[in-house]
Write a protein that binds this ligand. Structure first.
Ligand SMILES: C[S@@+](CC[C@H](N)C(=O)[O-])C[C@H]1O[C@@H](n2cnc3c(N)ncnc32)[C@H](O)[C@@H]1O
Length: 281
């Protein structure tokens, strides 16, 4: 049994009842995806779709000709389309897939093994190569929905954030994910990287700060290093612009205003970065 994935399945089961609380988050994300859809009713791919509590799929079906939902938790995906009464909808496709390709190896990794060092080197090497996902890309819009923090959480759980090679492994999984998004987008496609980056567990005022002070409040949290590993929105943005390898593959990178995601027992601050593919000559 893969303990790392089991924990994700548990998170998904526990958050099933959060449809009502998640209304604002769903409206924001569905709205941004509608805006990216364009007039040709292209194909949408959502990575880390899980319970789809963040997607109004019926609305999105007006904007997209096909919706592809990807997650390691196939049960959550089935449950999601049932709960939105779309189980017989031919334009929705479910893909049960580990987007890292190394989830099993990471779960089996043990610091006490005599070959722990070379096993971790092998994991990092695999993360530097494209993962074979068998998805029908290219897509017109690719969205990563609050998945990146969970991919990094897999590294936190398996390797530990005090391990000397944690940073290297975290950067490898983050880079792989950004490259996966770009690879799945068509040359003219759009990407929307949505990431939760801090919660009310470490920032108890997050649910109560008035909207007009929200961005300022978040800046203070970020400057006091109060955010999840590897998902500082400014760092994610900087990886897509300037001289970074990703910047050579995308254009029109834009940070959208942050919003709150109410998950019942906790609230999260969410950042979204939108970008477009770059035509290769
Ligand atoms: C925080 S949830 C996203 C919320 C979700 N969009 C919703 O509204 O229900 C993160 C999702 O990432 C999925 N996930 C975690 N690790 C993954 C991996 N390696 N490959 C694919 N999906 C993964 C989890 O199963 C979970 O559904």
């Amino acid at each position: 049994m893969n303990e790392l994935f089991e924990e994700q399945f548990r998170f998904n089961r526990d958050s099933v009842p959060n449809w009502e609380e998640g209304a604002t988050h769903r409206k924001m994300l569905t709205g941004h995806l509608n805006d990216l859809a364009g007039e040709n009713r292209g194909r949408l791919c959502v990575l880390g779709a899980g319970n789809c509590n963040d997607l109004n799929l019926k609305q999105l079906l007006h904007a997209f000709s096909e919706i592809h939902l990807v997650d390691i938790d196939g049960v959550a995906l089935e449950r999601a389309i049932q709960s939105q009464s779309l189980e017989n909808e031919p334009s929705i496709f479910l893909h049960k897939s580990d987007l890292t390709g190394i989830g099993e190896q990471l779960a089996a990794w043990n610091e006490d093994d005599s070959n722990a060092g070379s096993n971790l080197t092998d994991i990092i090497l695999k993360l530097s190569q494209p993962v074979n996902l068998n998805l029908p890309n290219p897509f017109d819009v690719v969205c990563s929905s609050c998945l990146l923090s969970q991919l990094i959480h897999l590294v936190v759980k398996a390797v530990g954030d005090t391990h000397p090679r944690f940073e290297e492994t975290m950067i490898a999984i983050r880079s792989q994910h950004m490259q996966t998004m770009i690879d799945l987008m068509g040359e003219d496609g759009a990407g929307l990287l949505v990431s939760d980056f801090v919660s009310s567990a470490s920032a108890p005022d997050l649910p109560h700060v008035p909207d007009h002070q929200f961005e300022q409040y978040l800046s203070q949290l970020l400057s006091s290093q109060n955010f999840f590993h590897g998902v500082h929105p400014g760092v994610l943005f900087s990886l897509l612009v300037g001289n970074s390898p990703f910047a050579q593959q995308v254009r029109n990178v834009e940070m959208l205003p942050p919003w709150r995601w109410n998950l019942g027992s906790r609230q999260y601050a969410v950042a979204a970065i939108q970008f477009y593919g770059l035509k290769k000559d």
